[in-house]
Write a protein that binds this ligand. Structure first.
Ligand code: B12
Ligand code: SF4
Ligand code: SF4
Length: 455
């Protein structure tokens, strides 16, 4: 496994004096460039990134911002995804060896008190994720009403699609989403099979899960995509059990937010299907709903938190005004940056400058021009590390706290002046961003609440 070079044993090692000077010079140049090159008010006013709106350097577009070949693209069987198929690529011997390594790395961390992988870190990780497991997860992701809607004798809620979108967005943000977007449901992103069952659309009044099939009503024509920001400080500790606590907490919040939002819609008198990782492909759905752009990792990059979000979605028949996809220069920046691929401990990400139609294995769905990921290599690194990794999220220059003026200037500059992309990617290193921090320092600072320090 490749060594993670951007590591530091303590926070102070992140920025040396020399790199600080270089970074400051870079910053001065950037600020000047931003001031000179951007329309008045555009970048400067972008500091107040709202959970309702997007900064002005984000453009809404009519056309889907990724090339798709419909002759090659069919609905994807989630059983072909890396979690089910990587072991086939590894073969039985390597699979057994990787399980052994994973277990011994985990035990070594706990028994030897290794920072970030000790007992308290594992406890934080498993506590964070517990809502997605077992009965709580099943309840929250239920396809039918948790509390039967009251019959007030007035029928379902009535209003315009714009009013419906406003209600849904207000509720989603109230329940804990960082950002929310709405799109017509594109069935190309709905799995053909999921959890060993066929996923079919039929003219039925309610969604139903049967022994061999999951049936979605034909009238379900909308999807609400939800971005759940993850702890910035914990992701900075990747790859450890503590960065896995950030993802675990994100998974618990996904179930919480999607489950509550679906129940809200049902209580209005409509059908709602809350989905976590199941049912459909969260990334292209979130692109449809205008939450962000796809990056080199094949993951969504949001203007607010970069890739440091989890994604959930709710399918519904409630007619709502829809959002458009957005662009803010991500694919162009990724062509130059490549930090995720360079630092990926599993060499799982493409280093090619251009995205490609060519898939790397059965774990890729053909028919889209993206940087294709090698899921077997990614999962192999997870086994060897004994954690869910997240190095590619940690090092991404877009992974920054939301609503900070400086970072918005930089993101605005990327969006409006792509010629500075290579320089900005380097400046990110000079400032010491993406460097792995000291896990034990995390416990010494109190005052964070609800896992949302980067929010
Ligand atoms: C299986 C899975 C994995 C597996 C295997 C992936 C695979 N290809 O088989 C592995 C272990 C590799 C993995 C790793 C990670 N994953 Co993952 N993964 C998933 C999951 C559950 C299913 C995706 C799937 O079916 N892939 C199989 C086929 C479709 O893959 P593919 O053709 O290569 O397509 C990928 C992308 O190109 C994109 N995509 C799919 N269709 C289309 C179409 C278009 C037009 C475009 C532009 C993109 C796009 O999504 C796919 C993601 O695997 C999704 C949840 C979901 N339902 O979407 C989360 C998900 C995509 N993963 C996520 C994350 C964050 C990660 C990790 C960073 C781990 C972590 N610490 O959280 C790493 C990153 C790896 C990387 N490449 O950078 C997040 C992404 C959030 C975001 N910001 O976009 C998701 C949405 C989970 C979540 N709840 O938030 N993942
Ligand atoms: S999560 Fe996977 S793709 Fe991302 S850095 Fe780790 S091994 Fe590489
Ligand atoms: S690290 Fe760089 S190349 Fe990778 S997704 Fe982020 S911006 Fe794109």
């Amino acid at each position: 496994m490749k060594k993670d070079e951007l590591q530091s044993s303590g926070p102070s090692q992140g920025v040396s004096r020399r790199t600080f000077v270089k970074g400051t010079l870079a910053l001065t140049a950037l600020s000047a460039a931003a001031a000179a090159g951007c329309a008045p008010g555009s970048v400067a006013s972008a500091g107040n990134t709202s959970r309702f709106g997007k900064p002005s350097w984000v453009k809404r577009v009519d056309k889907y911002p990724v090339e798709i070949d419909d002759s090659a693209l069919t609905r994807y069987d989630s059983g072909n995804g890396g979690f089910s198929t990587a072991a086939r690529a590894w073969g039985p011997d390597l699979t057994a060896e990787l399980s052994r390594i994973q277990q011994s790395v985990t035990l070594e961390g706990v028994r030897n008190n290794l920072p970030g992988n000790d007992l308290k870190a594992r406890a934080l990780q498993h506590g964070a994720a517990c809502l997605m497991y077992g009965q709580p997860g099943r309840l929250l992701y239920s396809w039918s009403a948790v509390r039967p809607p009251t019959d007030y004798g007035v029928g379902p809620w009535q209003g315009s699609p714009e009013e419906a979108a406003q209600l849904v967005k207000a509720a989603a943000l109230f329940y804990g989403a960082g950002s929310v977007g709405i799109a017509r449901l594109d069935r190309r992103w709905i799995y053909s099979r999921d959890g060993g069952k066929d996923l079919v659309f039929e003219d039925v009044p309610e969604p139903v899960i049967e022994d061999t099939r999951k049936v979605i009503p034909e009238k379900v024509q909308y999807q609400i995509s939800l971005a759940i920001p993850q702890s910035f400080e914990l992701i900075a500790l990747a790859p450890t059990a503590m960065s896995s606590a950030a993802t675990g907490f994100g998974y618990s919040l996904m179930a919480f937010v999607a489950g509550l939002l679906a129940e809200f819609i049902r209580q209005l008198g409509y059908v709602a299907i809350p989905c976590g990782n199941d049912t459909g492909l969260s990334v292209p759905m979130a692109i449809d709903a205008g939450l962000g752009e796809v990056g080199r990792t094949g993951r969504l990059i949001t203007p607010e938190w970069g890739p440091n979000v989890r994604l959930a979605k709710v399918l519904t028949d409630l007619p709502m005004a829809v959002d458009k996809p957005i662009v803010f220069g991500v694919m162009d920046f990724c062509r130059k940056c490549k930090k995720c691929a360079e630092h990926c401990p599993g060499d799982a990400l493409s280093l090619e400058t251009e995205p490609s139609w060519e898939i790397t294995g059965v774990w890729n769905q053909p028919g889209k021009k993206v940087w294709q990921e090698d899921a077997a290599k990614c999962l192999k690194a997870w086994r060897e590390l004994g954690t869910g990794c997240s190095v590619c999220v940690r090092v991404c220059p877009y992974t920054k706290r939301a609503e900070t003026m400086l970072h918005d200037v930089v993101k605005g500059t990327i969006s409006t002046m792509p010629t500075l992309s290579s320089f900005i990617a380097k400046a990110d290193d000079w400032f010491g961003y993406g460097v792995r921090k000291d896990p034990d320092a995390w416990w010494r600072r109190l005052g964070r609440s609800f896992g949302r320090d980067g929010f």
